[in-house]
Unconditional design. Structure first.
Length: 371
């Protein structure tokens, strides 16, 4: 196993230490209702812009947009989303409209897309860009820094994900051509999974890098608590996981009919299984470098939370979808089979057309730049 790339140290090797801008572009979709974190974000963008060209696609209210333009470094490209209410007139996840505006306006093939709470160093940024040399979408690993109680609670979910497969971060590396070939991706709830599945369905290659650690700032505790059911709703995009989570509450309730000693054993077994899975995830791929052991002890609490919240999510599903930004979203993410039906072979054809167009002095990508 290779040594992990850690945000705190930014260790990557010689390529990470080279001066100058990376041959890539950073896209940050933004939609704020207040500016509590503006000074810290502006300082991060100042550092970031010394490493890579940055585009912020800002769907905030006009007065906030104007304030952001004043506070952001002048070298940052600051745009409005082309379709702030959704994508192609569809109601949905507005973040997707921001991402696709940035993708179409981008001047580089290699893109790093990141939420506003993600905090790269040059080393981890260069690592993501480097992996795009042999992949169409790159999935690093986020971790919370700092780690208040609610972030440790949510980290136990990350650790359980790492135990069985891999976690889904708030940042991805992606080739611009991979998204232009499909005309983007649908504005569903679990938008990062939809992006990954869309690129793969079109013929793209995914690279999961679970030892490439990128920090993110934790949300406020109030926001964390509001997200419990919405986050559980994401699992409607992962049927096997959904079935396992739906079984947790019936198993716990069923144990109440057992004798006290047997009931205690069942509940203790569930708690120990969650704890063991979280510790296994913490130890995989160098995770002990960024995940403290105290996050493991929240695993039984997170499992109990998910056992309840997944049934709340099911109620929203039956009612037409989970509330999101004043509307309802029913689709967590489209299944692989549906996306392959829509997009299979598109990336290869797009690149063939692009190569032919370049020989003729035109460019398919350039023609698709306008949103």
């Amino acid at each position: 196993m290779t040594s992990p790339v850690i945000e705190a140290s930014g260790t990557l090797g010689a390529s990470a230490k080279e001066p100058g801008l990376l041959q890539a572009e950073y896209i940050l979709p933004l939609r704020w209702t207040d500016d509590a974190g503006l000074p810290e974000l502006a300082a991060y963008l100042q550092r970031l812009s010394a490493w890579i060209p940055v585009t912020v696609v800002d769907g905030s209210a006009p007065e906030l947009f104007a304030r952001h333009r004043e506070e952001f470094p002048p070298q940052i490209r600051h745009l409005r989303p082309a379709d702030p209410a959704g994508t192609a007139g569809q109601p949905g996840n507005g973040k997707v409209a921001g991402v696709l505006t940035g993708v179409r306006a981008a001047r580089a093939e290699l893109l790093v897309i990141a939420d506003d709470d993600v905090r790269y160093t040059r080393g981890s940024l260069a690592a993501v860009v480097g992996h795009l040399g042999t992949a169409d979408v790159v999935r690093p690993q986020n971790y919370f820094d700092p780690l208040p109680w609610h972030a440790a609670w949510d980290t136990s979910r990350t650790l359980i994900n790492r135990a069985w497969s891999a976690d889904f971060p708030g940042t991805l590396g992606v080739r611009r051509s991979a998204l232009l070939a499909t005309d983007g991706y649908e504005p569903v709830l679990f938008e990062n999974l939809e992006l990954i599945r869309t690129v793969k369905a079109a013929g793209g290659r995914e690279r999961v890098v679970p030892d490439l650690f990128v920090a993110r700032r934790p949300p406020e505790a109030r926001h964390f608590l509001k997200q419990r059911v919405r986050q559980a709703y994401d699992d409607f995009a992962q049927p096997r996981r959904l079935a396992a989570e739906l079984a947790l509450l019936p198993a716990a309730v069923g144990s109440s009919f057992l004798p006290a000693r047997a009931r205690g054993r069942v509940l203790l077994g569930l708690a120990l299984a969650a704890t063991a899975a979280a510790e296994a995830g913490r130890r995989r791929h160098g995770g002990t470098a960024v995940f403290p052991v105290r996050a493991v002890w929240f695993a039984p609490l997170w499992t109990a939370e998910r056992a309840l919240c997944i049934w709340g999510a099911l109620g929203f599903r039956l009612a037409g979808g989970v509330p999101y930004a004043g509307s309802r979203l029913k689709t967590a993410a489209n299944p692989d089979t549906e996306l392959r039906r829509r997009h299979q072979g598109k990336l290869r054809r797009f690149r063939q057309e692009e190569a032919a167009a370049q020989q003729d002095g035109t460019s398919t990508a350039a023609m698709k730049e306008q949103p």
